[in-house]
Design a protein around this ligand. Structure first.
Ligand SMILES: [Fe+2]
Ligand SMILES: [Fe+2]
Length: 367
C-alpha cells in the first residue's frame, strides 16, 4: 500500500480519494500520515507557496491551482518530484507515483539478478554498433570542416536512408509546402544540420526490427517514439541554448536498452519498475551501458541513464519530459506546462506549438 498525504483542502482530499479508488494501484490518502510515502502540497496562492518547505525528505509534489505569475516564477526553486495541475486525473496522479519506484520489491534473490545481469551485458555486446553512416554524421557535429557535398554524397549511396529522409522531410512537422523528391533539394530547403539529424534517425531503424510485444508495442512504434522524443528534446534544447544535437541523439537512443532487455522479459511490462522487479534492473541502465561501449559522449550516456528520473541533471531532465510528453499525448499540454515551469521557459506558446506538431505528426516512414 502506497501512503499519500495531502497538505491542502478537504475538497481536494475527496477528489483524490475518488481517483485512487478508480486506479489499479493500492494507494490511500489522508491529511495526517505519520510516515507518508508521498506528500502532495496544494498551492492556491503565493502565500501558501512561501509557507511550503523548499526541500523534502520523502517524494513531494506541488498541486498548483492558481496561475499567478509570481507563484509560477517561484515554483522552480522547489526541489519537488513533479507538479500537478487541475483537473486531477487518475492517470495523472498514477503516472507520478509509479515513476517513484515505490512498488514493492520482488522476491527474486540478488544472486539471480547477478546471473541475469551478466547474460544481459553479454547480449548487449552483440548488438551491432551504430551504422557507419550515422557514426560519420555524428562526428560531423563536432567537426565543421567536413564538406557538405561529401556527406550528402554518402547519404545518397544508402538507398534505404535516402528514401526515409525524403519521406520524413515531406511530413507536416517540417512545414514545407512543396513536394521534395531529392536529398539535394531537401538539404537546400532544411539545411544540412536537419538532414544530418534525420539521416541519423533513419539509420537507426535496424534496431527496431524485432518483436516488442513484451512492451505492448511494435518496433515501428518504438522507432517513431524515439524519433519524437529526439525532436522534442531538440526543441527544448534549442530554447534553452544547450547542445541540441547531443540532446537529439540522446532522444533517439533513450530506449535502446529495451532492444536488449526485451529478450529477457518473461511477462509484459507496463512501467520501468516492472523491469526492475523481473530482472533486477531497467532499460535506462542497460541503455547507458550500451552507449558507453559505443563511446558516445558522456552527456548523452548520462542523459539516457537518468531519463526516467525527474531529479536528473538538465539533459536527463529534458529527456524525462520529452519521453513523458510523447508517452502521454492526451495530457501533453499539462506536461509541457510543467516542463516550461521547471526550466523557466517564458516563450511558452511557440515551444508548445512546436512540440505538439512533433508528437502529432503521423509520418508514413514509421508505419
Ligand atoms: Fe524509457
Ligand atoms: Fe521512451
Amino acid at each position: 500500500m502506497i501512503k499519500l498525504m495531502l497538505v491542502g483542502s478537504t475538497h481536494t482530499l475527496d477528489v483524490i480519494k475518488v481517483l485512487l479508488n478508480e486506479s489499479a494501484i493500492d494507494a490511500s490518502i489522508s491529511k495526517e500520515e505519520t510516515q507518508p510515502d508521498v506528500t502532495i502540497y496544494e498551492i492556491d496562492s503565493v502565500q501558501t507557496l512561501f509557507k511550503t518547505p523548499k526541500s523534502f525528505t520523502t517524494p513531494a509534489f506541488l498541486f498548483i491551482t492558481n496561475n499567478n505569475k509570481e507563484l509560477l516564477d517561484n515554483v522552480k526553486s522547489y526541489a519537488v518530484n513533479g507538479l500537478l495541475f487541475p483537473p486531477l486525473t487518475t492517470v495523472g496522479i498514477m503516472s507520478k507515483i509509479t515513476n517513484l519506484s515505490l512498488m514493492k520489491p520482488s522476491k527474486i534473490k540478488k544472486e539471480e539478478y547477478e546471473v541475469t545481469r551478466i547474460k544481459i551485458i553479454a547480449k548487449s555486446e552483440s548488438i551491432p554498433p551504430l551504422p557507419a553512416l550515422a557514426q560519420e554524421l555524428i562526428k560531423l557535429t563536432r567537426d565543421d570542416s567536413t564538406s557538405i557535398t561529401q556527406l550528402t554524397d554518402s547519404i545518397k549511396m544508402d538507398q534505404g536512408i535516402s528514401t526515409a529522409i525524403v519521406k520524413l522531410v515531406n511530413s507536416p512537422f517540417y512545414g514545407i509546402k512543396q513536394d521534395i523528391s531529392s536529398i539535394d533539394r531537401a538539404t537546400a530547403l532544411l539545411g544540412f544540420n536537419s538532414i544530418k539529424n534525420i539521416a541519423i534517425a533513419s539509420s537507426m531503424n535496424s534496431y527496431y526490427l524485432k518483436n516488442f510485444s513484451m512492451y505492448k508495442t511494435t518496433g515501428n512504434e518504438m522507432w517513431k517514439h524515439s524519433y519524437n522524443v529526439a525532436c522534442i528534446a531538440q526543441i527544448i534544447g534549442r530554447q534553452l541554448e544547450l547542445d541540441h544535437d547531443s540532446l537529439y541523439l540522446a532522444g533517439l537512443l533513450h530506449d535502446i536498452g529495451k532492444v536488449v532487455l526485451v529478450d529477457f522479459l518473461q511477462k509484459p511490462v507496463n512501467y520501468i519498475e516492472d523491469e526492475q522487479n523481473q530482472i533486477g534492473f531497467d532499460h535506462a541502465e542497460i541503455g547507458s551501458t550500451i552507449l558507453e561501449k559505443w563511446a558516445l559522449a558522456s552527456e548523452v550516456t548520462d542523459a539516457v541513464k537518468t531519463h526516467h528520473d525527474f531529479n536528473a541533471n538538465t539533459f536527463g531532465k529534458i529527456l524525462y519530459f520529452a519521453n513523458k510528453i510523447d508517452n502521454n499525448k492526451e495530457s501533453a499540454d499539462e506536461i509541457i506546462r510543467e516542463m516550461q515551469l521547471v526550466f523557466g521557459i517564458t516563450d511558452s506558446n511557440i515551444v508548445s506549438k512546436k512540440i505538439l506538431a512533433a508528437i502529432n505528426d503521423d509520418n508514413e516512414v514509421f508505419r
